[in-house]
Design a protein around this ligand. Structure first.
Ligand code: SF4
Ligand code: SF4
Length: 475
């Protein structure tokens, strides 16, 4: 039997099944131990995080009073670290060819009736222009695992194409990459291509369940998949994004696994994950979420977000358009810092939305609003939509980024950058209604920048964006 060791590079030691089971048992035993819960909440108030065992206790707690304390603390931490800002991004599906057999994804190799597509570089160019014309600056590219159809060279060429396109005032300034686990050498190539975050979801941290859900293809190898972030970091990528697909296994198991993964990365590489994503299984071609018996209610989903926010205050949290407007509204308050808007989950979907009989989408979208609708909705809720991509372009990645985050200094960059990139959006892409709300927010928020010098520079840049057609300022 493997022993738990967060410093180990072996998957089954840093994500240790026994340690997770013990943590869940401990959480069950203590879910009404209010003295302990108070202690954990007090520790969490220091805003330096809590570990997977402590988080498991909070997640198991069902006491109304304690739960409202947990939610209030999550909201406070969200406010303290991220203010009212919400970073915007969009997924770009390059290819849905895939050799794997994942049971929850319609791209699995045995699905013979799904429409398979792979974008050519010309088609990518057209998709990127469509995304730029919506106002996007930050993309997450997605491709199935297929060494013949989607070799790494194809991904690298695609990244180059994406960065090269400057349509009108548009530009994609950060490309995050969500592709299958690969080698250190390939991660190094991705790093050299200038990627932002490397994203790879674990799907489930439970090895047995993982192997059942991935019966065929290279992804079947649990250890290779689970150790991918270590190889990515060895390859020089210091911003990595982890995630679990909630609904596949018990949510309490996944939350403990996610946090153990974060603790492992911090212990070994000195920097935890840049982001955590919390997707839930969705309906898609030949996928029925009801077939997975670990589905979670919206209330449980909100609890997961709140506990994660408390456990890893420095880690950005992402949700996609898998979630409805109502759910998104709730979890934004509790901890989510990044959302997608106007997304198409089909290959080539930004240029040509699919007809009913085509079906290259990875999942059905719940939030079908345009980016402009999402931006104005966010502002009406009191948020500041941000198209900022400054950190990685300024070399603020990995531990450099984390230390700025932990000291709170990053906020001096995030807030003015949010206002300047929002102003760009308002000038170039927004509807009149959105622009009206946005202009007021920027005026109101500029005066709140605490540092006088920064305030002055940001104000000048906003004038330049509005009156002199200048773009791409950043702190
Ligand atoms: S989840 Fe990824 S690896 Fe699995 S079938 Fe879908 S695209 Fe392929
Ligand atoms: S300044 Fe850095 S941390 Fe802040 S929003 Fe921009 S990229 Fe993100």
């Amino acid at each position: 039997m493997c022993k738990y060791d967060k410093y180990s590079l072996k998957a089954e030691e840093f994500i240790n099944d026994r340690e997770i089971s013990d943590s869940l048992e401990y959480a069950d035993e203590n879910k009404n131990n209010f003295e302990l819960i108070d202690k954990i909440i007090e520790k969490a108030k220091l805003k330096k995080g809590i570990d997977h065992r402590e988080a498991s206790v909070l997640l198991a707690c069902e006491n109304e009073e304690k739960l409202s304390e947990i939610y209030a603390l999550a909201k406070q931490i969200k406010k303290d670290f991220y203010g009212d800002r919400i970073v915007m991004f969009a997924p770009l599906y390059l290819s849905n060819y895939c050799v794997n057999g994942c049971l929850y994804c319609p791209y699995h190799a045995k699905n013979k009736h799904i429409c398979r597509k792979k974008l050519s570089q010309e088609e990518i160019k057209a998709e990127v222009i469509a995304l730029q014309d919506m106002g996007h600056k930050r993309l997450a590219i997605e491709a199935g695992e297929d060494p013949v159809n989607n070799p790494l060279e194809y991904i690298l060429d695609s990244i180059k194409t994406i960065y090269s396109i400057k349509h009108k005032n548009g530009a994609i300034r950060r490309v995050n990459v969500n592709i299958a686990a690969t080698t250190v050498e390939n991660y190094r190539k991705l790093k050299d291509a200038g990627i932002g975050t490397y994203i790879l979801f674990q799907e489930t941290y439970n090895k047995k369940r993982y192997e059942e859900l991935h019966p065929t293809g290279p992804k079947h190898n649990y250890a290779y998949h689970t150790e991918a972030m270590d190889r990515a970091m060895q390859g020089g990528i210091d911003d990595v994004g982890i995630g679990a697909l909630f609904g596949l296994e018990l949510y309490r198991y996944e939350l403990a696994g996610l946090l153990m993964h974060a603790e492992h990365l911090e212990a070994v590489h000195g920097v935890g994950p840049h982001t955590i994503s919390v997707p839930r299984v969705r309906r898609a071609d030949d996928i029925d979420p009801d077939e997975f018996d670990n589905g979670i209610s919206d209330e449980t989903f909100e609890k997961i977000v709140a506990v994660l926010r408390i456990a890893v205050p420095y880690t950005g949290m992402i949700i996609s358009t898998r979630e409805s407007k109502n759910v998104r509204e709730k979890v934004l308050e509790l901890g989510i810092s990044q959302i997608s808007g106007g997304s198409r989950t089909s290959v080539g979907g930004y240029v040509e939305p699919e007809d009913e009989d085509e079906n290259s989408a990875q999942f059905d979208v719940s939030d079908n609003r345009t980016l402009d609708e999402v931006v104005s909705w966010l502002m009406e809720l009191g948020y500041i939509p941000s198209f900022c991509t400054a950190c990685y372009r300024e070399g603020r990645t990995g531990d450099r980024f984390m230390s700025l985050c932990k000291s709170g200094q990053i906020q001096n960059c995030c807030h003015p950058n949010a206002l300047m990139t929002l102003q760009e959006y308002l000038m170039d892409y927004a509807s009149e209604h959105t622009r009206e709300i946005g202009d007021k927010i920027i005026e109101r928020e500029l005066v709140k920048i605490p540092n006088e010098k920064v305030r002055k520079i940001a104000t000048e840049h906003i004038v330049d964006i509005k009156n002199n057609n200048k773009r791409d300022f950043r702190f």
